[in-house]
Design a binder for this molecule. Structure first.
Ligand SMILES: Cc1ncc(COP(=O)(O)O)c(C=O)c1O
Length: 466
């Protein structure tokens, strides 16, 4: 009898308009951590997953991430048309392969490479960094073997401000990281500090174009010139890699005269995230080398089991072609002028925001958004106004502005960081400033309440936030 009723309901639900949230699929819980015995119908599965994702933050108000959160509908259309193409399957998808090659050429020309088209795409800068780091290590090993020397102790020189991917690289590929610690007021490496660490086991030096913590550029040319002077004096050539994850799609457009790329002879490789200021949804990253000589042949594998003979230099094998296609769409759609306009706009918004924040008595800027459109600021008195509390308060208004500690030797300093991307309009920036002023007032009021309560009930005080 019960079955009959159920069957009738099933028939009814296919014949009549059914109120979505009254349908039987939502009537009972689904196992979350094991595969259910039976599936749902496609619409119900869609609604279920879609609704759960509503609990995620609003990507456009996420000022923590460098990663693109808006693309044009035409780009989205192209991406959805090419989800099903496996980029590695170069025989089946020669057009996607050609597009990837064009992108590599465009990027290496953008960076003034003497030999263009030597590069690879990956899932992000992290994969690109691994490939570049391996090339440095292999080339150093070859040099040492040729000279009959030990290859037991390679080291890499980098700032303690590097993104975690470099720590991973050093650990996974057994390279000693020689960190240059930061100092109050100096949040980048410099030529002098680099040269203190160089020896014959140095596989290379990393300089960052757009430090993750502050958005500021490291002085690539200064580091380069120190390495060049060392080369002239000793004959040892130490290659320089530029981690341009965020600045690689800013500097060529906003600071075209800044020498940071292959114009400097010791810059041997550069990585950039297409999904940051390359303006593509995640995940796409690129690595390009100065010349063939800088990418050892041993690292390139040839596969023929997909038909044809194709060289591959990636960590991942299968990957959708759609991000590469979206990158190419942006190149075609925007051109140099379009990229310049978009990035300039972001920079103007960043500098408007940092200017307003600099006017507030409570904060001090560590950077102002004039390199990449990213800046960091700290509370002038962390005991009176905690940046963590300000970050929490801003979340109540929907803004995600992260608070975090700075790297080694300045780790007792906590900062807030704002990443301005395409999509953060001037109007939204004005709203953000209003909310920041509100957050500061709330935090300070909270501090006063804390102060008052402390006499009465010390235990409550510890738990109070702003
Ligand atoms: C300087 C730097 N390098 C590398 C990375 C890693 O990039 P991806 O997220 O593209 O893997 C980041 C990410 O923020 C970064 O800021």
């Amino acid at each position: 009898m019960l079955h009959e009723v159920q069957n009738k309901q099933d028939q009814k639900s296919t014949n009549y308009v059914e109120p979505v949230y009254a349908r039987k699929d939502f009537g009972s819980g689904l196992p979350k951590f094991e595969l259910g015995e039976e599936g749902l119908n496609a619409d119900a599965a869609y609604d279920l997953v879609h609704d759960e994702l509503m609990l995620d933050g609003n990507a456009r108000l996420n000022l923590a991430t460098f990663v693109t959160t808006w693309m044009e509908p035409q780009a989205e259309k192209l991406m959805s048309e090419s989800f099903d193409k496996n980029l590695i399957d170069k025989d089946e998808y020669p057009a996607a392969t050609r597009i990837e090659e064009r992108c590599i050429n465009i990027i290496s020309k953008l960076y003034n490479a003497p030999e263009t088209g030597i590069g690879a795409s990956g899932i992000g800068s992290s994969e690109a960094v691994m490939l570049a780091g391996m090339a440095l290590k292999w080339r150093w090993k070859q040099r040492m073997e040729d000279a009959g020397k030990s290859t037991a102790k390679p080291n890499l020189i980098l700032g303690s401000n590097v993104q975690v991917v470099w720590e991973k690289f050093c650990r996974y590929w057994e390279v000693e990281p020689r960190y240059i610690n930061m100092a109050p007021g100096r949040y980048t490496i410099n030529g002098e500090e680099v040269m203190k660490q160089v020896d014959e086991n140095t596989i290379g030096v990393v300089a960052i174009l757009g430090v993750t913590y502050t958005g500021a550029y490291e002085p690539v040319k200064e580091v380069h010139d120190a390495l060049m002077a060392h080369k002239e004096k000793t004959g040892q050539e130490v290659p320089l890699h530029v981690d341009a994850a965020s600045g690689g799609f800013i500097a060529p457009f906003l600071q075209p005269d800044l020498e940071w790329d292959f114009r400097l002879p010791l810059v041997k490789s550069i990585n950039v995230s297409g999904h940051k200021y390359g303006l593509v949804y995640p995940g796409i990253g690129w690595v390009v080398w100065r010349s063939k000589e800088d990418l050892p042949d041993d690292l390139i594998f040839h596969v023929n089991y997909l038909g044809g003979d194709f060289p591959t230099f990636t960590l991942n094998f299968s990957r959708p072609a759609n991000q590469v296609i979206a990158q190419y769409y942006n190149f075609v759609r925007l051109g140099r002028k379009g990229y310049t306009d978009v990035q300039r706009n972001s920079q103007q918004v960043a500098m408007y925001l940092s200017g307003k924040i600099a006017e507030m008595d409570d904060f001090e800027l560590l950077s102002d958004g004039s390199d990449t459109p990213v800046f960091a600021f700290r509370s002038v008195d962390e005991t009176a106004l905690s940046v963590y509390d300000v970050s929490d308060r801003l979340r109540e208004k929907g803004w995600l502005v992260p608070a975090y500690t700075m790297p080694e030797d300045v780790q007792d300093m906590s900062v807030l960081r704002i990443v301005v991307r395409e999509g953060l309009s001037h109007d939204l920036a004005e709203a953000l400033i209003e909310d920041l002023v509100w957050a500061v007032e709330k935090c300070k009021a909270g501090q006063q309440v804390q102060g008052k309560t402390s006499d009465a009930n010390a235990e409550t005080v510890g738990k109070l936030k702003c």
